[in-house]
Ligand binder design. Structure first.
Ligand code: TRP
Length: 352
């Protein structure tokens, strides 16, 4: 058992001392990453990000952020959903192995220092630079919306999320890399103008390729193609049995295509019996196995894979206040740290 395993919630004192240098004692550095609480987490979040976070919390000082302010940049019309979504996301994080004894979970809107720092960083960020951010350009094109100030400054708030912790490393999906690049630019500009303050954080790309949805499109709750961590084994089996496979294959005796077939992509990720998977692939290509058999085994393997997560999840939902209590506790543990950074910035920018 590593020393990091026995680490507990950072006390206010250790959080403060950690601002002195990016590499806190006994760790490889500091991580800040997070999710917008848009709803329950699915198996794409699990294999893409949550498993990676669970490993990293042993070696790094980790802050995992519930970015609830960011939700409002697009979804401000549905305030009634947000609190439940936050509870669901935190519950799923914990079920997936995020451990509040090793990592600190924080709620963005409860630490207004995030927003205050974003306002200050906005002073040294041009509108033209923000208008070039690809996620922004895509969103106004796709949603055909009239962009709000909040949407334009989304990545400035994200930069503040990262810089206020003086994080070294930000594990994210590929779509987020432009935001990390902006964060690095803002850190450089601040350091040049006001003296060395922020480490330039590195983005760390999620290792696993993105898992497709059950219909082979991008997995997304609103497409109805996601398997949630909170789904029952029966629901999961049903979703697997109706998965998209090779559409050109009409009978089990037709040779099928394995590449780009989500059933086999899932087998590769969730079925630990690699020999069985190779045998299925061979017989599928030869037209010697039916989709039903392949899917049945996938459903079993996936349910086995998810069993420990579901067990933890069912324990958690018995105590409905527990997830939010853990989030509040983490938030309070982080408060002295974000206050210290904000004060430093206020002082350097001439406001103290
Ligand atoms: N923008 C991120 C996403 O949509 C969420 C996020 C907010 C974030 N603040 C962050 C991620 C800071 C990493 C670091 O996934």
């Amino acid at each position: 058992m590593s020393a990091a395993k026995s680490r507990t919630q950072p006390s206010a004192k250790s959080a403060l001392s950690a601002t002195e240098g990016p590499k806190a004692k006994g760790t490889k550095g500091r991580i800040l990453t997070g999710h917008r609480p848009t709803g329950p987490r699915h198996i794409g979040h699990l294999v893409g990000t949550l498993e990676q976070w669970s490993v990293m919390q042993d070696d790094y000082e980790c802050f995992f952020l519930i970015a609830d302010l960011h939700v409002l940049t697009t979804d401000y019309e549905h305030p009634a959903r947000i609190q439940q979504n936050i509870a669901d996301v935190v519950t799923d994080w914990l079920a997936a192995g995020i451990d509040p004894k090793k990592a600190t979970l924080v709620r963005q809107s409860a630490l207004m220092e995030h927003a205050q720092l974003a306002m200050l960083l906005g002073m040294i960020t041009t509108v033209a630079r923000l208008e070039r951010v690809p996620t922004y350009k895509e969103q106004i094109q796709q949603l055909n919306l009239n962009p709000s100030l909040g949407l334009l400054t989304y990545p400035v708030l994200q930069s503040a999320d990262i810089l206020i912790y003086k994080a070294n490393l930000v594990p994210v999906g590929e779509d987020q890399l432009p935001h990390i690049e902006l964060t690095r630019e803002i850190a450089r500009r601040f350091n040049t103008q006001y003296g060395n303050t922020f480490p330039e954080p590195e983005g760390l790309l999620t290792k696993t390729a993105r898992l497709p949805g059950t219909d082979n499109r991008t997995m997304h709750a609103s497409y109805g193609n996601a398997i949630r961590l909170g789904d029952s084994p029966e629901e999961t089996t049903k979703k697997v049995m109706s998965m998209y496979t090779d559409p050109k294959r009409l009978r089990a005796s037709d040779p099928g295509t394995v590449e780009g077939n989500p059933v086999f992509e899932y087998h590769d990720v969730f079925n630990p019996n690699k020999d069985e998977v190779e045998d299925f692939k061979k017989r599928y290509r030869q037209g010697k196995v039916g989709d039903v058999e392949v899917k049945k085994r996938l459903a079993e393997a996936l349910n086995e894979y998810l069993a420990p997560i579901r067990k933890r999840r069912s324990e958690l939902v018995k105590k409905p206040k527990e997830a939010l209590r853990i989030l509040d506790e983490g938030t309070e543990a982080a408060r002295p740290l974000v206050q210290a950074t904000l004060n430093e910035v206020l002082e350097k920018m001439g406001l103290r």
